[in-house]
Design a protein around this ligand. Structure first.
Ligand SMILES: [Zn+2]
Ligand SMILES: [Zn+2]
Length: 248
């Protein structure tokens, strides 16, 4: 069977995302867009993904637990977990690696944890849009040890793309899936970075507003529509990307 997925969506917990991005609003929009599965991937936090999973379960939309981690090299890496406990343990390991810098909501925007009923649970005081004190290879290893999958995000794009900042994928990511940004045609990314041909390439929306959800997506082939089966399909490259940028 096929699973239509958008695995890079920011919620209101990301300071750069719109406050309309509550877990309930995200899953309902994803359903309208015909998606089967999503991941909420806030900067250096997994928290709103738990509420998205709760809201998604009510309308038959599966949610993979995720985070967009920022490494010491200022590289963005999507970290995915099929199980809530894996994501919680991973989050507990990386949150202390975030510098103790307070968020300035007037400058960066609010960072709010919102439950499945649209209630504000709390505000995150530490600025999430910051680099964790961990390298790309260390982060990839840490995600694996927690049973997850690490996928460097928008690898061809400055200022946070892996290939822009490191020039190449480290050996830990040999043949691993990478994400290229929704705005960049696949051929253009391959011309700029020919080594991309050795990797399966995911596409996602990187939505910061509801209207962007599902505008780029990846369709996976898996025996069942579960987060675990999707992660296995991602690791093995059993997917095809659907992205308007590829068609001019
Ligand atoms: Zn990013
Ligand atoms: Zn992002």
């Amino acid at each position: 069977m096929t699973i239509a997925a958008d695995l890079h969506i920011h919620s209101a917990l990301s300071p750069c995302a719109s406050l309309e991005m509550s877990p309930a609003a995200i899953v309902s929009r994803a359903r309208e867009e015909g998606l089967d599965l999503i991941a909420v991937t806030d900067h250096n936090s997994v928290e709103n993904g738990f509420f998205a999973a709760e809201a998604g379960a009510r309308i038959g939309l599966r949610v993979l637990f995720g985070m967009e981690a920022q490494t010491r090299e200022d590289v963005h890496v999507l970290c995915y977990f099929a199980e809530r406990l894996q994501a919680e343990r991973f989050h507990a390991r990386v949150y202390p690696l975030l510098p103790d810098v307070a968020n300035n909501p007037d400058y960066f925007g609010d960072q709010v944890v919102v439950d499945a009923e649209d209630n504000i649970v709390r505000r995150e005081d530490k600025l999430l849009l910051n680099a964790l004190d961990i390298s790309v290879p260390e982060l990839v290893e840490l995600v694996r040890r927690h049973g997850g999958l690490a996928v460097p995000a928008h690898v061809e794009a400055p200022p946070y793309g892996l290939l822009v900042n490191l020039g190449m994928a480290p050996p830990e990511l040999e043949g691993a899936p990478l994400e290229i940004s929704s705005a960049c045609p696949r051929e253009q990314a391959l011309r700029a970075f020919p080594a991309l041909a050795r990797h399966p390439l995911l596409r996602n929306s990187d939505a910061h507003f509801l209207r962007d959800i599902g505008q780029a997506r990846t369709v996976f082939s898996a025996p069942e529509p579960t987060p675990a089966a999707l992660l296995a399909a991602a690791r093995e490259g059993r997917f095809r990307a659907e992205c308007p940028a590829d068609h001019g």
